[in-house]
Every structure is written in structure tokens, then in C-alpha cells.
Design a protein around this ligand. Sequence first.
Ligand code: ATP
Ligand code: MG
Length: 350
Amino acid sequence: AAATQNLSYERHTAELTNCIIAFLSPILPTEEEYRIKEATRRQLERLAGKVSPGAKLLAFGSMANGFALRNSDMDLCCLIGKAADGSTPPFSASALVEELGQLIREETDFNVMPLPKARIPIIKISRPPTAELPYEISCDIGFENRLALENTRLLLSYAMVDPPRLRTLVLFLKVWTKRRKLNSPYTGTLSSYGYTLLALFFLTHVKRPAVLPNLQRIPPARTLSQEEVLLNGHNIYFYDDVATLRQEWASQNTENVGELLIDFFRYFSKEFTYSRDVISLRTEGGLMSKDNETWTAELCIEDPFQLGYNVSRTVTKDGLYTIRGEFMRAARILTSKADHVARALAELCE
Ligand code: ATP
Ligand code: MG
């Protein structure tokens, strides 16, 4: 009987996997969307060059980490022009926000909202879709946020090690959290970045055998200098030779995405000890104990590079209660509606 049950569970999760892939395929960005966004990036980079000669505008976040859905926001980071000796001249992010914001307003048809006084000064720009450019563009430009470029590269490297499973899992979580309104750091829940770290923690540290290796703990192929490893005092090392990893990292874990997703929801509804543990991807076991000084929040997820910094500090007690309730609902729907998997997925994302 147990064997029959296993077989039917396997069949169920295989079908769920197919349904997830079919569900996602029409909401992935098109080539055209990437092209238009890239053209926008270049246009803005040209303007940034007028304010700070030699400035670069680099994409980070979902447009660069392999986890984009259709019509995702664009996150851009402006690296200001270098001095003759290669160093970064002193700058004021607030002044740059004012100046570049003004220029974009004068020279383009974007709506521009400079936020020079924000904790992290940014320029918010947007443009509604038109007949010729049928994509809404909504973009944040920040300055010299090099850690964000690095953590984007870390996520991209993970995405490339096991693309079918990690990417599918993260993309599904993003759609689901957005539809269920669980993806809004401003109102007490968690950012996409936070959910992505939860998925990475789960695949690297919870699942046995692991689906992913811990890139921050694979030794480098050659000795690295301090300058290569340290960025503003943060250790940003991770093993980034993805080509080698794809050849050599063969996960013994054969679970499909459907099975992993159900298990993810189960783990975070019942097993993870929110009151005791801090998720910390970079560590050997992926967990640290909460203390009473640094880690006091309801949900604690340490940034992979900024030690002691809680990515989920926006999550309130109510927010976490809601999120956990949603994890339970998801686990229930995905396991009980075995007769019609596509319908269960639709209900899950209502
Ligand atoms: P979406 O498609 O929903 O915009 P995203 O993949 O762009 O998702 P965001 O949560 O918007 O994810 O984050 C974009 C980038 O900003 C991340 O890759 C990360 O570099 C940085 N970031 C976002 N939130 C934080 C945070 N709490 N702490 C540090 N960096 C963050
Ligand atoms: Mg984003």
C-alpha cells in the first residue's frame, strides 16, 4: 500500500511540476521586453554620463539575476565616473539624485520622482505603456550600491547551477507572493530578495541530499587578494566559476519542483523555528541562534554579504503571522486537491 501511495504521490508531484512550468511560461519576460529595457538602460546611462563623465548604469535585481517575471521593475545602479588614478571621487548621492533627476525630466518623457532624502537616495522613474512601446517601465536608480551588484551576481550564479529547479521554484514563489499580497516590505511583509534567500536556504541547507552547494563555502581555485574579496569591509567572496560547477556539481537529490515546492511550504509552516533561528546562507549549517542584541526581529534572514544585517527587518509580527498562514494554506491546497492539479494552482494564486 505504501508503495502505491508513493507512486501516486510521485505522479501527483510530476503533474504539479508540469502545471507550474505551464503556469509560468506566459508570464516570463519576452525577448522584446528585455530589448526595450536594455535600450532604456543605455539611454539613461548616456544621461548619467553628462552628470558624471564615465558613469556606468548597471542592472541589478530581477532583470539581472535570472528571476524576472513579465513587467518586473528595473533596478539600476549608477557607478560614478572614476578619477584619473582609477579611484572613486567623493560624491553626494543626494546631489546626484537631484541633478540626474532634473536631466532625465528635461530630456525624456519619463515621469521622474527624485528621492534625495531617502535613507538610500534614489530616483524613481516610470512611463506608461504606449502603442509603440507596449511595456510599462518602472525603474529605480541608486548610486554606488556595489553590494547589490554582488548579491545579484550571487543569485545569478545559483540560478545557473541548477536552473530548472531553483528558477522555477523562485519564480513561482514570486508570482504567488505578489498575488497573495505577501510581497510588500513597506506594509510588513517580505521582499522578493527575501523570499529568494528563503528558497536558497531551503535547497542548500534543509534538503538532504542538498539540491545546491553553498557557493560561499567552496574554496577559490586560486588565492585571492584582499581587494578581490573585500568590498567596503564586507567579505563578498563566493565560488563563481559556474561552468566548472555545472560539470562537477551533481546533486544526488532527484526531487522534482512540485515535490520541492510542497516541502518548502511544509517546512516554513511547521518545521522552521522562527523564534529561535536566524537564516544565514553563508554559514556551514545555514542557521545561527537569535541573540538579544542583533537578532530581535520576528523573522531573521542574514544578508549573504552584510553580516548582522536583517533582510527581513520589514516583516512585522502581523506580517509574519499572515505569511505563515499562507504557507499552511499553500501546503494544504497543493496536497489535498490531488484530483485537479491545475485548478489547485489557480486557487493557490487567487
Ligand atoms: P522583483 O522582480 O519583485 O522586483 P527582484 O528580484 O528585483 O524582484 P527585489 O526584492 O526588488 O528583487 O530586490 C532587488 C535587489 O535589491 C536585490 O537583488 C538586492 O540586490 C537588493 N535588495 C533588495 N532588498 C534588499 C534588502 N532588504 N537588503 C539588501 N538588498 C536588498
Ligand atoms: Mg526588483
